[in-house]
Design a protein around this ligand. Structure first.
Ligand SMILES: *[C@@H]1O[C@H](CO)[C@@H](O)[C@H](O)[C@H]1NC(C)=O
Length: 447
């Protein structure tokens, strides 16, 4: 050891102490910016074991399944329970019946219950239905979405199952909405399969009453090389209308509701120009008729516009491949998760403000156990309008064919507070689509 090296030793120690000090200080300063004292993360909820009759439904949730149809999903411990849903528009009176399919899966030492998926319909719009799953157990009810504007979406990503998740769900429950949309990261089961079951029970009161349209995040992957393929549990439990929308994968699909066409994409499945997802997206967008669906939205997990230090650049490759398609089609709003904070952009394209681009909103602040992403980049980019690291949820009310009202509701301790709000007008009438019509047709319909 040279003399110089020996001399460095105490200096290094001092440096480490100083740096630790600085980090603590920075975290402290960041956590208390402004007058809002941000509450700490909350622990996973405890779910006491509540035995149910083995043929009674658990974890009931519903999702839109093509025009005027709804998919009802539930689980029974009883492996011979039928995938039958009885339903009607008066309590206790079921004059319709549909039979579906059942599946189950195993994951290392875990064996799932029987997972039932039953599509019911045709259903009336904006109507309350009462239903019973498998002919046993309690009655549930849901309301179908309206066929015309106004329509309201509740949006929350990266939910998990903590005290904050509960607080977010309670706030969503208080709002009047038609459809829940979730841009990835549901249960945070992370390989422990029983957590999928507790998550299913936690969300049942909401997810059995309004359709939940979800797409997957990294926490749904649960990939074990050579043993378990990615998204196996997610696909078995949260079947979405991919067949109904011409997709061959549950990891990307689209649906129409009222006058909105909504595209749900996969951040963790191939998205390059030679991928199935890319071809499907191109064909799906080329079919959009803005007279019939004036609003065009997209959801996926990893944000493309993100000025938080967390997950910087992770969406770049997907953005490089797919943003030109969304731009060509005139997508109005993109909703993403992944970053545990809230951020809203101007209309943007290719990294810059652009009046013909989409408004990008990151809403990965549903309440999971990992806590918040506190550190935003010092310099707020010109396209970033509002950013804050707090738990909460979003509401998108599409008022009519031109105007929508977006609001973000922070879980300020246990009350919900409207913290950001903006009117968004659709690109349909902006001239963006008409002016660039031939370019768009070339991109969307080209080889
Ligand atoms: C749509 O709603 C906005 C906001 O309420 C209103 O200003 C506008 O006039 C409405 N447009 C139509 C065509 O009704």
């Amino acid at each position: 050891m040279s003399k110089d090296q020996r001399n460095m030793k105490p200096n290094l120690k001092t440096l480490v102490i100083l740096v630790s000090f600085a980090v603590v200080l920075i975290i402290k300063v960041n956590a208390t910016t402004g007058d809002y004292i941000r509450p700490p993360p909350r622990r996973n909820l405890q779910f006491p074991w509540s035995p149910k009759h083995s043929s009674h439904p658990q974890q009931v949730h519903i999702s839109l399944a093509g025009d005027k149809h709804m998919r009802v999903t539930w689980i029974t411990d009883d492996k011979s329970a039928p995938a039958v849903v009885k339903y009607g528009t008066s309590p206790g009176k079921y004059n319709s019946l549909a039979e579906g399919e059942s599946t189950s899966y195993s994951y290392l030492f875990y064996n799932s219950g029987k997972i039932h998926h039953t599509v019911i319909g045709p259903l009336e719009d904006d109507t309350v239905y009462y239903y019973q799953c498998g002919g046993k157990g309690p009655e549930f009810k849901f309301k179908t979405p309206p066929s015309e504007f106004p329509i309201t979406f509740a949006v929350a990503g990266d939910l998990g199952q903590t005290g904050w998740t509960k607080s977010t769900l309670d706030h969503i429950d208080q709002c009047k909405y038609d459809v829940h949309m979730l841009p990835g990261d549901l249960s945070y089961a992370d390989y422990i399969q029983s957590r999928w079951d507790t998550f299913g029970e936690l969300v049942q009161p909401l997810a059995s009453a309004r359709p939940w349209m979800v797409t997957q995040g990294n926490h749904e992957k649960e990939h074990i090389p050579l043993i378990k393929e990615a998204f196996a549990s997610y696909n078995a439990r949260w079947k979405m209308p991919y067949e109904e929308s011409g997709s061959n994968s549950n990891l990307y699909y689209s649906f129409d509701v009222a006058g909105a066409h909504i595209v749900m994409l996969g951040s963790y499945t191939d998205y390059d120009q030679y991928s199935d997802q890319y071809s499907w997206l191109k064909a799906d967008l080329a079919k959009v008729d803005r007279e019939r669906t004036p609003w065009l939205l997209a959801l996926f997990h990893v944000p493309w516009y993100n000025s938080n230090e967390a997950h910087q650049g992770e969406g770049d490759d997907m953005m490089a491949s797919m943003e030109p398609l969304l731009y060509a089609a005139g997508v109005d709003i993109v909703l993403a998760g992944h970053v545990h904070a809230y951020e809203r952009s101007q209309r943007v394209y290719n990294g810059r403000s652009d009046p013909c681009g989409a408004v990008h909103i990151t809403i990965g602040d549903g309440g999971n156990r990992e806590g918040l992403a506190h550190r935003f980049k010092n310099q707020q980019p010109e396209w970033s309008v509002f950013r804050e690291a707090s738990f909460g949820h979003g509401e998108l009310k599409i008022v009519n064919s031109t105007h929508a009202f977006w609001s973000w509701h922070r879980n300020d301790d246990d009350e919900q507070v409207r913290s950001d709000q903006v009117w968004i007008t659709t690109l349909r009438n902006s001239g963006c689509i008409a002016e660039k019509g031939h370019v768009m047709r070339k991109i969307l319909l080209g080889p």
